[in-house]
Design a protein around this ligand. Structure first.
Ligand code: C2E
Ligand code: CA
Ligand code: CA
Length: 552
């Protein structure tokens, strides 16, 4: 079939092939003749997708056997359209099972070549494997956090007094919410350019998660660093312009001078994060050097975080689950529970999640820890279910979990392992999840709902995401944040908020849970609102699973 494949594809064929081969080092490529529907696959594509040869006929190839079943329809439709000559601006995004049986996300970007009459004759497809892209941030073109981490490891090996600077844009979420993500991306892009310009060739700039950047200096004196940082601060407040309009940005920053005893990249990153937090909260954005500030109680916290982090990597050592009853508001009866993680180890004692969850959420280990939490909670809940079949469990899920494409299967797999009824499991989307791309979040919620799993929006009413956007998400339940409930009897504004959320939920058939019901007075006051569920110390603090069983 390949002898006349290249015939009359175009005079530029040799050049084209040449550039394709150059491209295919970073991704793989295929070319399809739209007349015969024969496809040529680059060597790397043959290898990656495990094809029989370089040529295949559309709809006969084996590639779609390897496409994840939930993406198959979209994948087939995407290609069928294109094979008919229909142009699409967006790539086809889907998951493929590779030879080692793991799924990897691919984007297939396509482009037509036309004949002299303007009719499409060939379709060129570039398959981009996402783990390759993850080295480069698509918004700013800078290296990503992964590369930054590798660089820290390299510095640690060489122990040469390098200096790391971590910069955060303050309240950047507001820009996202008010002007939208496209505008926010333009700002990030400009910030990246400005930073690169200021630090020059002496240092490299990285994009970290969210609106944070890092700069690595092979070596720099403290005075020089302070001078560079004040130039950066000035530039951020004066020189960032979008569409000819000035966007004044406020920043904060923390830095670390690598010293011989720092031998672990994660604890170096924790130090940076801590120094940045100190800068933001206690120094109005002034540069904080971690090396100076950790002699007091700060260092205890850093040490604690890095011990907890190590434990998360060691099969979740020291972590355990507590459960807080969720009661029916009208009767006060316990109908379900929320799973809340804790950590305990001597000599540190018991540590609540507020101390470590935010930190761990920035680390890849949260995925494993999150899975451990789900498994433990489902296991415990399935025992309760034997005693009380209508019982349900809510589990908090972080953005870093939802974001991973394996999350869907992992969760379903755990529920399967325990034969746990899907309708009795509810995902609580914590506030930070709402910072994810809203379209993506919507599709994940829809997927879980289609499998019977419930989804609740946690801490409703707080955070940076715009309410209109949040209300578009197809969740089953809203959990009203405790901050509106505390001292509600004396706070008319909070009364109005709780009342309107409850009545909104009632008219749209959403369930609603009021959290933080701390005493009888508050319970009594709240009883006039028609909420479905209550949760709070008044009913019970978080307790062990044994306590839950004996309460029922
Ligand atoms: P959250 O999901 O809003 O959980 C409710 C928190 O409020 C819990 O704190 C609970 O102990 C506390 N609480 C419950 N009733 C009352 C009350 O009447 N008064 C007061 N003042 N507090 C009450 P906890 O366990 O410290 O958890 C804090 C946060 O940490 C959680 O907030 C959640 O965002 C996060 N978190 C907890 N467990 C997990 C987890 O397994 N995974 C993830 N990703 N996040 C978790
Ligand atoms: Ca929660
Ligand atoms: Ca909550």
């Amino acid at each position: 079939m390949h002898n006349d494949f290249w015939k009359d594809i175009g005079q530029k064929t040799p050049e084209l092939i040449d550039s394709i081969f150059r491209l295919s080092r970073r991704s793989c490529i295929s070319i399809t003749r739209l007349d015969t529907k024969v496809t040529w696959w680059s060597e790397k594509a043959v290898d990656l997708f495990g094809l029989d040869g370089s040529y295949s006929k559309f709809a006969e190839e084996k590639t779609d056997l390897k496409v994840h079943k939930d993406d198959l329809e979209m994948y087939r439709k995407g290609f069928a359209d294109r094979f008919r000559g229909k142009d699409h601006e967006f790539p086809i995004e889907y998951r493929v099972m590779l030879n080692d049986k793991s799924y990897t996300r691919f984007s297939a970007r396509t482009m037509f070549m036309y004949d002299n009459e303007g009719k499409p004759v060939t379709l060129i497809t570039m398959f981009i494997k996402h783990d390759i892209l993850e080295d480069i941030d698509s918004v700013t073109g800078l290296h990503t956090e992964e590369v930054f981490t590798k660089k820290i490891k390299k510095y640690i090996k060489e122990k040469n007094g390098a200096v790391l600077l971590k910069i955060g844009l303050d309240r950047f979420c507001n820009i996202n919410v008010i002007y939208g993500s496209e505008y926010a991306n333009k700002v990030l892009h400009n910030v990246a350019e400005k930073l690169t310009e200021i630090v020059g060739k002496k240092a490299e700039v990285y994009r970290l998660s969210g609106a944070k950047f890092a700069v690595c200096f092979d070596s720099i004196s403290q005075e020089k660093l302070a001078e560079v940082y004040s130039r950066i601060m000035r530039a951020m407040s004066n020189d960032i312009c979008i569409d000819d309009k000035k966007v004044p940005l406020k920043i904060s920053a923390g830095a670390v001078l690598l010293e011989g005893y720092m031998d672990d990249a994660n604890s170096v990153k924790s130090r940076l994060t801590y120094a940045l937090d100190m800068s933001r909260h206690e120094h109005h954005g002034g540069l904080v050097m971690s090396n100076d500030s950790f002699s007091t109680n700060g260092s205890d916290e850093i040490e604690l975080i890095s011990v907890i982090h190590q434990c998360a990597l060691k099969e979740c050592e020291g972590f355990f689950m507590s459960y807080q009853p969720i009661v029916e508001a009208s009767s006060g009866d316990i109908k379900g529970m929320e799973a809340l993680v804790r950590w305990k180890k001597e000599p540190y004692g018991l540590v609540p999640p507020g101390v470590f969850i935010d930190w761990l959420e920035e680390d890849p280990c949260i995925f494993e820890l999150g899975n451990w939490i789900i498994r433990q909670s489902v296991k415990d809940a399935s025992e309760v279910l034997r005693q009380k079949p209508e019982f349900f469990i809510n589990v908090n899920v972080s953005a870093a979990q939802i974001e991973r494409c394996e999350f869907r299967e992992t969760l379903l797999g755990i529920l399967d392992d325990y034969n746990f009824p899907h309708e009795h499991f509810c995902i609580e989307l914590t506030e930070r999840c709402r910072m994810l791309d809203i379209g993506f979040l919507k599709s994940e919620i829809e997927y879980f709902k289609s499998r019977g799993i419930k989804v609740a929006m946690d801490d409703f009413g707080t955070g940076n995401a715009s309410l209109n956007v949040v209300l578009e998400l197809p969740v089953d339940e809203l959990k009203i944040d405790m901050s509106f409930v505390r001292d509600i009897k004396n706070k008319p504004f909070n009364q109005a908020i709780v009342e309107s959320i409850v009545s909104f939920a009632n008219t749209t058939n959403l369930e609603v849970c009021i959290e933080g019901v701390e005493n009888e007075e508050v319970r009594e006051y709240l009883s006039k609102f028609n909420a479905d569920w209550h949760q709070g110390y008044h009913y019970s603090k978080p307790v062990t699973i044994e306590n839950i069983k004996s309460m029922l």
